[in-house]
Design a protein around this ligand. Structure first.
Ligand SMILES: *[C@@H]1O[C@H](CO)[C@@H](O)[C@H](O)[C@H]1NC(C)=O
Ligand SMILES: [Zn+2]
Length: 376
């Protein structure tokens, strides 16, 4: 009793700002409160909250705002973040977050789930991958290489990222992060996961997707991504690629929706689904998942018109002609030869290609020790 009296004396003596708590700016947009700081612990139990996180100002002096959904359960438990749209042309994940939060029953939830239906609102305005800043003659930044951001950086993309990092990922005692993507404009993926198996729980997270393809990946090609920086901060994370950009693909969205609840169940946040279709389709998908640790790219060395002769998830052989390039008169420039036996895991959708473009991207399993963690 003595201790509690002393403690309460200390608490009242300290200024409020010492405590982590949600800061409301006082503004309301479309009926929802604007915050500059989020602390889930002061939200009510058994509640769904829709907020706007105040971001950097644009070049016309207006704040950008990122929509945040918080489902807080009836009691405490683990905490998950489902992010989407850090690339502004990747939309399937946004619909996943919207649907999960529409259907989640917080009275059955233990713990908390944060959903971000479109974290790069600047990129979404422009329907493109990057964050546009009008600095100098205009720069485009891939935000998913800038985490954890920097609040004192000169340019706004780094400041913007730091607001997400400081309010969502690196605070609030988050345990697990799933970052939804799709392929970028002019390319397509199947249902595909990047996962760093060296990080505890990531292999389980990846296998629970039932994805068509899992790329075992050490993250060296995506430093500064939400996945890699969370992995390195002790929060297991995957990048979950849901098909094609600039679309709502119902099948991809359904797979990630079902996955979101499966992940919550695995982490003891939510009771298991009883939906037979969801259970059966997961078993079927899971039995067909291909895991590889190496990519093969069939690239071209000059611009031209491209015909592709293979499609997603087709097995291809070393030496196989997977496409050809043509000049504007229709004369063949060259055939494109595939260099590894593997499965087509990503492919361009535009017939116009430029030097350095890959015509197909295959995945395979390499026994080379340097590829064992997925650095190939
Ligand atoms: C953040 O940006 C400032 C200004 O450019 C720089 O001095 C500082 O080193 C940066 N911090 C980090 C952690 O990179
Ligand atoms: Zn992406």
């Amino acid at each position: 009793m003595k201790i509690s009296i002393i403690l309460s004396a200390i608490y009242t003596a300290l200024p409020l700002s010492v405590f982590s708590e949600t800061v409301y700016t006082g503004d309301i947009i479309s009926g929802h409160k604007v915050i500059s700081k989020l602390d889930i612990s002061d939200l009510p139990y058994n509640s769904l909250t829709k907020l706007w996180l105040r971001m950097t100002k644009s070049h016309v002096g207006q704040h950008l705002h990122v929509p945040i959904l918080v489902a807080k359960g009836a009691s405490d438990g683990k905490r998950i973040v489902f992010n989407s749209g850090i690339h502004g042309d990747e939309l399937n994940g946004i619909r996943v977050v919207q649907r999960v939060f529409k259907d989640i029953d917080t009275s059955k939830l233990k713990g908390a789930v944060i959903g971000i239906p479109g974290s790069n609102v600047n990129g979404l305005y422009n329907e493109r991958r990057e964050f546009y800043s009008s600095f100098e003659s205009g720069i485009l930044t891939n935000l998913n290489r800038r985490f954890p951001g920097n609040s004192t950086a000169r340019l706004d993309p780094d400041k913007y990222v730091s607001i997400l990092w400081d309010n969502i990922y690196n605070t609030n005692n988050i345990n697990v992060v799933c970052d939804f993507h799709t392929q970028t404009s002019n390319y397509k993926f199947p249902n595909f996961v990047y996962a760093d198996y060296r990080v505890p729980y990531v292999k389980t997270m990846a296998e629970l997707t039932g994805a068509d393809i899992i790329k075992i990946d050490d993250g060296t090609s995506a430093l500064g991504s939400i996945e890699v920086v969370n992995d390195n901060s002790g929060r297991p994370s995957i990048t979950y690629e849901l098909g094609s950009p600039l679309l709502f693909q119902k099948d991809q969205i359904q797979r990630a929706y079902d996955y979101s609840f499966r992940l919550m169940t695995d982490l003891q946040l939510y009771p298991p689904t009883t939906d037979k279709e969801s259970i059966d389709s997961f078993q079927q998908f899971k039995s067909k998942t291909f895991s590889g640790n190496a990519f093969g790219f069939a690239e071209i060395d000059s611009g031209g018109f491209v015909e592709r002769y293979v499609d997603l998830l087709e097995p291809v052989k070393k030496g196989q002609i997977v496409g050809s390039t043509f000049n504007v008169f229709g004369d063949k420039i060259k055939d494109i030869i595939n260099e590894h036996d593997g499965i087509v895991t990503s492919i361009g959708t535009s017939p116009l290609a430029i030097a350095g473009d890959y015509i197909v991207n295959t995945i395979y399993f390499s026994k080379d020790p340097k590829c064992s963690d997925g650095g190939c």
